[in-house]
Design a protein around this ligand. Structure first.
Ligand SMILES: Nc1ncnc2c1ncn2[C@@H]1O[C@H](COP(=O)(O)OP(=O)(O)OP(=O)(O)O)[C@@H](O)[C@H]1O
Ligand SMILES: [Mg+2]
Length: 264
């Protein structure tokens, strides 16, 4: 499933996953090609029923897990050393024994950035995610609320300007207002840094609002079953959710999810 002839940034070729020597395949023959748009990046959303393999796919791309069979390629090559990938996990993933500032700055220390610059850059992004004034607090609940902790995770993932940003249901545990704010924030950060994003959600409206391309996965075995290109303007704001075309896209995705969900 490729949109252009440019070298893809991420490619999965006939990937398969079994944990019991091949009796049951959690994922089988899953293939996807993700190609960046120049100076824009790409925003891919993965949808699919619980257990279909979305988090597993993200772990492959992050280099945290190897599939049983098939290939995972970044820029046409197998993942060898740590690629410029950041991941926001399904659960809160900040380090509770460090302050907000140190959590965010830590992501830069791996890149060998000097301490002063680390702190300045970390503060810059902390302001962007609306956590100024909280930077000296420990990144733990209940010192910070769930939404604030998730913003720390997003700030950590963005500060090192990753080429690839993997987000696994990052807003799943947030209240609706915080969730809408975080959607706006992510959309702004994406326009500024234009990474390649793979974003997992169960929320169709969120998928259409944020995504350039939506892939619906089937389960048993997990595969990329449907691709919907979202032909909405590049710059979006929340008002777009009332547009007729947006509403039609949400219905189209929902219908396809129902069809994929009933596949055996
Ligand atoms: N170590 C393991 N041993 C056996 N099965 C596993 C193992 N790790 C993952 N699985 C199975 O792989 C399947 C895919 O898991 P994955 O976490 O990728 O699903 P998901 O699509 O992210 O689901 P959700 O929407 O609930 O987060 C699940 O059925 C899970 O039980
Ligand atoms: Mg998951």
């Amino acid at each position: 499933m490729s949109s252009t002839n440019a070298t893809p940034i991420i490619e999965l070729r006939n990937v398969g996953q079994t944990y019991d020597g091949g009796n049951h395949w959690v994922i089988k023959n899953a293939s996807i090609t993700i190609t960046d748009k120049p100076a824009q990046g790409e925003f891919v959303v993965l949808l699919g029923m619980s257990g279909c393999g979305k988090s597993t796919i993200l772990r492959y791309v992050a280099g945290l897990q190897k599939p049983t069979e098939g290939q995972v390629l970044i820029h046409g090559k197998p993942i060898e050393e740590a690629p410029r990938v950041s991941m926001v996990f399904q659960q809160y993933s900040s380090l509770p024994w460090l302050t907000v500032l140190d959590n965010v700055a830590l992501a830069l220390s791996y890149k060998g950035v000097a301490e002063k610059e680390r702190r300045d850059k970390a503060m810059e992004i902390i302001k962007k995610v609306g956590l100024e004034g909280h930077e000296k607090k420990f990144a733990q609940y209940p010192t910070l609320s769930g939404g604030q902790l998730q913003r720390v995770a997003i700030a950590r993932s963005m500060v090192a300007n990753p080429e690839i940003l993997l987000m696994d249901e990052p807003f799943g545990a947030l209240d609706i207002n915080t969730r809408l704010q975080m959607q706006e924030l992510l959309s702004e950060l994406w326009l500024e840094f234009h990474p390649t994003v793979i974003f997992v959600t169960h929320d169709i409206s969120e998928a259409v609002y944020l995504g350039d391309d939506i892939y619906i996965m089937r389960s048993n075995p997990g595969q990329f079953e449907q691709h919907i290109h979202i032909d909405l303007p590049f710059h979006r704001n929340r008002g777009i959710k009332r547009d007729q075309h947006f509403i039609e896209l949400v219905h189209e995705v929902e219908d396809k999810m129902v069809a994929v969900g009933s596949m055996k």
